[in-house]
Design a protein around this ligand. Structure first.
Ligand SMILES: [Zn+2]
Length: 61
């Protein structure tokens, strides 16, 4: 069950009760990501396509 007001990692869906979450603002929307998946966002953001709309555009050249 998904509650859009409920914070959870956009990648693994764990919530703030389970992991610390870091806020990610992107294209006017707010997302949350856990420390374990921050490296994915940094190094391989194309993996977030499907989780984070537009993530493909983040791919480094
Ligand atoms: Zn995560």
């Amino acid at each position: 069950m998904k509650d859009s007001n409920h914070k959870h990692c956009l990648f693994c869906q764990r919530d703030e009760q389970q992991v610390p979450l870091v806020q990610v603002d992107f294209k006017g929307a707010t997302y949350w990501i856990c420390p374990q998946h921050i490296p994915v966002l940094i190094h391989d953001p194309s993996k977030l396509e499907g989780f984070l709309p537009g993530a493909k555009e983040l791919q480094a050249g």
